[in-house]
Design a protein around this ligand. Structure first.
Ligand code: COA
Length: 134
């Protein structure tokens, strides 16, 4: 039986090219990192970066920054002038520091539904003008 995440990605990847989220994979003989940006454009916050992960053995080598830059370039091209945002678990200080390093602005903290429909206290990070990062 597919997991909640498996079902989510099966649905996403079954969408037509024009509806599908942006995804990029970093490879080093095998997939080692991944980023995804959803197309839905929130009127206030813009497009949502929904996943950014690098395998533990490949962290702190610049891959997260490269994947984030890919996501930014796609956002600027697809939705010029729109902000980019994401949610990060409040407890995930390492990721929060990474996003702060990349210029993200923490704008709110609240209970937010995340993986498998479970809610966790999360912080919203926003980049008001992603084009400035290119
Ligand atoms: C967060 C994550 C994607 C960062 O990827 P990474 O490949 O390790 O990051 P990079 O090596 O590209 O680092 C980019 C910059 O952030 C900084 N940085 C990275 N991790 C950091 C940390 N824990 N604390 C402070 N700064 C950090 C680096 O110093 C670097 O800055 P510099 O280029 O100016 O020196 C990775 O740690 C990860 O996959 N974590 C687990 C999954 C996760 O929590 N994802 C976020 C969910 S919202």
């Amino acid at each position: 039986m597919p997991t909640w995440t498996g079902r989510l990605w099966t649905e996403r990847l079954a969408l037509t090219q024009s509806q599908r989220p942006f995804t990029a994979v970093a490879e080093c003989d095998r997939p080692v990192g991944f980023v995804c940006v959803l197309r839905q454009d929130d009127p206030q916050w813009g497009l949502c970066l929904d996943n950014l992960h690098v395998l533990p053995a490949f962290r702190s080598q610049g891959l997260g920054r490269v994947l984030f830059a890919d996501a930014v370039r796609w956002t600027v091209k697809t939705a010029p002038g729109r902000p980019l945002y994401l949610w990060v678990f409040e407890a995930n200080r390492r990721a929060a520091e990474f996003y702060e390093r990349l210029g993200g602005r923490a704008v709110e903290s609240c209970l937010h539904e995340a993986v498998a429909g479970m809610a966790a206290v999360s912080v919203r990070y926003v980049w008001d003008n992603p084009a400035d990062l290119i």
